[in-house]
Design a protein around this ligand. Structure first.
Ligand SMILES: Nc1ncnc2c1ncn2[C@@H]1O[C@H](COP(=O)(O)OP(=O)(O)OP(=O)(O)O)[C@@H](O)[C@H]1O
Ligand SMILES: [Mg+2]
Length: 719
């Protein structure tokens, strides 16, 4: 059989990795060196050359999207659909394990996944029920506490606490939250992993079964695995199985979420893998690559690597210092327009930023210029309110005792059931150890509610019962359609919201029906005996937890630096490169976190293939206040010849007359001495623009030369 196509487009080191003999492997290599490509080819190689059954392979990637792509690429390389192959995220794979062994891990067959928003609401509910002070124990922070301990594999009983006050209460909330989840058959993201690890750890039979099944386990983006994920890998690998691990310590960017780059060292210690380094980069120009290498050089404790490219030198990186965030957005969009005018595609362009809030100005400008765009990391489809409402009904059809779903929609659309009634039902449920649905039914039957409330609750229960009956034999799409129609969600949103918002919700709900209609149940889920409905509900919850970008239509891509991981674009903008924003204020004081920010910068820069722009603004509005910032230290870490400043290259062309009106100096003249609250004193060296756009350049004694927006600068004249 000719297998040359599996090796043709690989260099020697890549080929060595793909064709390695059985054993453990670690491919440690920088960005764009072909790690993901090698992993895909390795899967195909094992199947085609070693005749390994796809059933005995497990491949783990960072997102469902990446998993889907990987499946497609393996399929194309092999020219067939690799049935039985487990490719997925750690969460997806653990979900599958739990579905198959629900009873053994004490979960009902109908267990549901809690996404992060559901989890937040539930934590808040527990805090309120306990009458604990939300100021002292903010739900978000408690949610972080719970997830942190779960990620480290700790149950409430295993958490050491040193006082009987604050810490003890946090642990208690965790315990009660957990009890609630157990009662209602709910599993949060971290729990998916923790239960799976417990299953394999505590059940020798299951462990032996899976160790015998998965002879080869391949993992991408290994540097961002957490403690539990590594524990799972060890349990699955056992003594005999082969691990194929690829990663880049310089791209570890999820430490704040529990990822442990030390796992690379632990893997070396525990498995003594053969080390293969890939040193040739195929993604970026020489300039971009060298600049990224020089920035990351400022970090200590690196595993160290060389990256080179045969690619051309390329253009210098361009740096633009904007007066303010508005001008920054104008600049970026103007460059995108140039790109498109020269025949480039909108989807080649990515604007990357540190935090989601930065997208707004870019969106505004893109909208105004009528350029199609897409923002990632905001609310994804399955996180939208109307979708979650409809899904909650579907969940109730699937499992009437799903309390989270019950609570979400008992009064959606509004039917006059108030918080007091819900509290009464909840109390009844708690006292009698029942689900909310059972409690509500009993309360109605026993006349435990006021006449009005009783009537409303009865109508809600009747709606759910009707739907259940109507959907008993319906297809998944039929059930989704029935929910959308009979619940009258659309009409309800129409009465509450402006027409355009309600219309968008209506479109989304139709999209949900379409999504259900075209849903293809994964082969593995089917094999595991899952109903299409169960698969669909789980898939939705898993997807809601992801913030990875997807490339859809041909539109400009806006996303956070974190979401850009693993992707590549011909034209990249890194916006908001300012101290305090990036590196983030919270990270500046802590060396460990600063190093993680620098890795994030490295990730951002290495997404660029041909052209990279770095922009920063001297002032921007945050929380309604103007703040002034210096350029990010990372900008200064790019050596001079690789980066070119183009502040003067971007000028708004003067009015058609060709004559610019004299600048509005606001009473300040060239040469005047001024003082700025932050930059100290200096001399005015340049003035331009009109009214709110008037700008002033000041040579500050300590802070150097700055352009400021006159209207915001609050300069005080001295001398
Ligand atoms: N031997 C090769 N010949 C030509 N192109 C290659 C080769 N190896 C990889 N590439 C291309 O280089 C780019 C980067 O590859 P890939 O995404 O696999 O790198 P990576 O190491 O996984 O990057 P990252 O660290 O960002 O995840 C891709 O466009 C890929 O198709
Ligand atoms: Mg990759």
């Amino acid at each position: 059989m000719d297998v040359s196509h599996l090796l043709d487009e690989l260099n020697d080191a890549q080929r060595q990795a793909v064709t390695a003999e059985d054993g453990h492997l670690l491919v440690l290599a920088g960005a764009g060196s072909g790690k993901t490509r090698v992993l895909v080819h390795r899967i195909a190689w094992l199947i085609q050359v070693h005749h390994v059954s796809p059933m005995s392979l497990m491949a783990v990637t960072f997102t469902n999207k990446a998993a889907g792509e990987m499946r497609g690429r393996v399929g194309r390389l092999l020219d067939l659909r690799p049935e039985g192959l487990w490719i997925g995220t750690f969460h997806g794979i653990c979900h599958r394990l739990l579905r198959m062994h629900a009873a053994e891990v004490n979960l009902p067959d109908t267990f549901q996944i809690l996404d992060s928003e559901d989890q937040y609401r539930l934590v808040r509910r527990v805090i309120r029920d306990q009458q604990i002070d939300e100021g002292e124990h903010p739900p978000r922070q408690v949610q972080g506490f719970i997830n942190h301990h779960k990620d480290e594999g700790r149950r409430p009983g295993q958490i050491e606490h040193f006082d009987q006050g604050f810490q003890a209460r946090q642990v208690e909330i965790y315990q009660r939250y957990q009890d609630y989840c157990e009662r209602s058959g709910l599993v949060d993201f971290a729990e998916l992993l923790l239960r799976s690890v417990e299953l394999l750890r505590d059940n020798p039979e299951r462990r032996a079964h899976y160790q015998a099944r998965f002879g080869n386990i391949l993992i991408d983006e290994f540097q961002d695995t957490n403690t539990l994920q590594y524990a799972l890998v060890r349990l699955l690998a056992g003594e005999r199985n082969h691990l194929f691990v690829v990663g880049d310590d310089d791209q570890s960017i999820y430490g704040w979420r529990g990822a442990r780059v030390e796992n690379v060292a632990h893997y070396n210690r525990d498995f003594q893998p053969e080390l293969i380094r890939l040193e040739q980069n195929y993604r970026s120009t020489r300039t971009i690559l060298e600049a990224a290498n020089r920035v990351i050089d400022h970090n200590d404790d690196r595993m160290g690597k060389n990256l080179w490219t045969e690619g051309e030198q390329g253009e210098p990186i361009r740096r633009f210092a904007a007066f303010n965030a508005e001008e920054e957005a104008e600049f970026v969009i103007a460059r995108i327009q140039d790109w498109i005018a020269q025949g480039g595609r909108p989807s080649d362009c990515a604007v990357l930023y540190r935090s989601n809030a930065q997208s707004r100005l870019f969106e505004q400008t893109l909208l105004r210029e009528d350029i199609p765009y897409r923002v990632y990391g905001g609310l994804r489809f399955f996180e939208r309110a109307e979708i979650k409402d409809a899904m909650a009904y579907l969940r109730l059809l699937h499992n009437p005792h799903d309390d989270t779903a019950f609570e979400r929609v008992i009064n959606v659309p509004a039917r006059g059931i108030g918080e007091r009634t819900v509290a009464r039902i909840r109390d009844h449920a708690r006292t009698n150890g029942q689900s909310l649905a059972q409690a509500a039914t009993e309360q109605v039957a026993q006349g435990g509610l006021s006449a009005r409330a009783g009537h409303a609750v009865r109508s809600f229960l009747a709606l759910v019962a009707d739907l259940t009956e109507a959907c008993g034999s319906a297809s998944l799409a039929g059930a989704a359609r029935a929910v959308v129609e009979r619940t009258e969600l659309v009409a309800w949103y129409q009465t509450r919201e402006p027409a355009d918002r309600a219309e968008a919700r209506e479109e989304n709900l139709s999209e949900l029906v379409r999504a259900a209609d075209s849903f293809q149940q994964p082969f593995e889920d089917e094999q595991a005996g899952l109903s299409p409905m169960a698969s669909f509900l789980s898939q939705a919850a898993l997807e809601a937890g992801e913030h990875q970008a997807e490339r859809w239509e041909d539109c400009v891509q806006l996303m956070t630096l974190h979401s850009a991981k693993g992707l590549e674009f011909p034209l990249v903008f890194m916006a908001g490169m300012e101290e305090g924003l990036f590196p983030h204020q919270k990270s500046i004081e802590e060396p460990g976190r600063l190093a993680e920010e620098r890795r994030l910068c490295y990730v951002g820069m290495t997404r660029a293939m041909q052209r990279l722009y770095i922009t920063h603004a001297e002032s921007r509005q945050t929380y309604g206040q103007t703040s002034f910032s210096r350029p990010s230290r990372f900008v200064a870490e790019i050596p001079e010849p690789l980066i070119e400043s183009i502040r003067s290259g971007f000028r708004v062309t003067p009015a058609a007359s060709g004559r610019e009106a004299p600048p509005d100096t606001g009473g300040l003249a060239l040469g005047a001495s001024v003082r700025h609250s932050r930059f100290g004193s200096g001399t005015v060296v340049s003035l331009e623009g009109q009214g709110p756009n008037a700008r002033i350049q000041v040579n500050f004694e300590d802070a150097g030369s700055k352009w400021l927006v006159l209207a915001y600068a609050n300069l005080e004249r001295i001398g």
